[in-house]
Design a protein around this ligand. Structure first.
Ligand code: ZN
Length: 167
């Protein structure tokens, strides 16, 4: 396994759109495993392939406290949506920035697992938020795109300030 470089906003590669995975083979499984390793190393709850400059519809997630419930999501599709929730989100491509985003409260997801087997999953709460956030990445959409112009500006300034501090 290998750690991957996570693209940081405003890298234009974050705006790429991911293509469906045709066959889940060993090469794809290696990408999935590297993505999990990278996500766990950075203490993230989710990572989309676009964030590591892979233009495939692959997401890895683990929302468990013990970090032992990996969820591999390939070629995701949301079958149904219900209700609205408004929770604070962060992103590995925006370290230190958190803001509330409106998402569907409950979703039914269809995807392929690490073996290429199809499954369906009912999600709500944090899991539903995470799936919608990561699926946005696959279409080049970032969570700040859902914020008002004012909040977007605030997030950008905060990032600039943090980067300056690193010097
Ligand atoms: Zn993200």
């Amino acid at each position: 396994m290998a750690l991957l470089h996570v693209l940081q906003f405003p890298d234009p590669l974050l705006r790429n759109k991911a293509k469906p995975v045709a066959v889940v083979d060993d090469q794809i499984r290696k990408m999935v495993d590297d993505m999990f390793e990278t996500m766990y190393e950075q203490s993230g709850v989710g990572l989309a392939a676009i964030q590591v400059n892979i233009d495939k519809r692959i997401i890895v997630m683990d929302i468990s406290d013990d970090r032992n419930q990996p969820l591999c999501v390939i070629n995701p599709e949301i079958l149904t949506r219900e209700g609205v929730q408004y929770e604070s989100e962060g992103c590995l491509s925006f370290p230190g920035v958190f803001d509330k985003v409106e998402r569907s409260a409950k979703i039914r997801l269809k995807a392929l697992d690490r073996d290429g087997q199809p499954y369906e999953l009912d999600a709500e709460g944090l899991l539903a938020v995470c799936i919608q956030h990561e699926m946005d990445h696959l279409d080049g959409i970032l969570f700040i795109d859902h914020l008002s112009a004012l909040k977007k500006d605030r997030a950008r300034k905060k990032l600039e300030k943090m980067r300056r501090r690193e010097f």
